[in-house]
Design a binder for this molecule. Sequence first.
Ligand SMILES: [Zn+2]
Length: 216
Amino acid sequence: MNVILFGPPGAGKGTQSDFITKSFNLHKVSTGDLLRNEVNKKTDIGNKVKSIMDKGIFVSNEIINDLIEKILSIKKFYNRLIFDGYPRNLDQAKKFDVLLKKYDQKITCVFRLNVDKKLILKRILGRQTCTKCENIFNEYFNLSTAQNHPCGTEFLVKRSDDNEKTILYRYKTYIEETLPILEYYNKLNLLYEIDGTMEIDKISNKISHIMASIEA
Ligand SMILES: [Zn+2]
């Protein structure tokens, strides 16, 4: 099966896509990783991408589609893919359908992790990392206490780019970019809405339940 996962930054998409990858023995596709890989291997696409990114321009749909086509053409990944962060826009989604058909594949299901703005802000703004033991806490949901964290609070730091304005901007961009794509997949009856405010395990259970029922 081929799966797509959507969710705003801070929705726990990374955790869930890792979970799906492992439990269903899929191969995870992230366009960011694909691009970095090409750049590191200094391929033709990689060199092109590097010069584009050096100029601070976004990589075009064509280049992204080329990379996706490459993955779809690999036999060992046939119908075993999970897409994270792709498609980014409706053009990519439509081209994706064409490519899937070309390689005799299709999308099995599309998951959307729903988390509202307020909760995302708390999850990200509240995140604290201990510089001594590298454990992660959250001042709203998972406080560092004498019981769970012997280092105490003196080594706790927050990520500097985690400020409210940036998070809200990323959230807004996500909503604007993905809404048309989600409508598109909804019309194709592929979309499954998941309550992303549930505990991580419950979300994973829900997702595997849906995937197992489709597979059966
Ligand atoms: Zn610590």
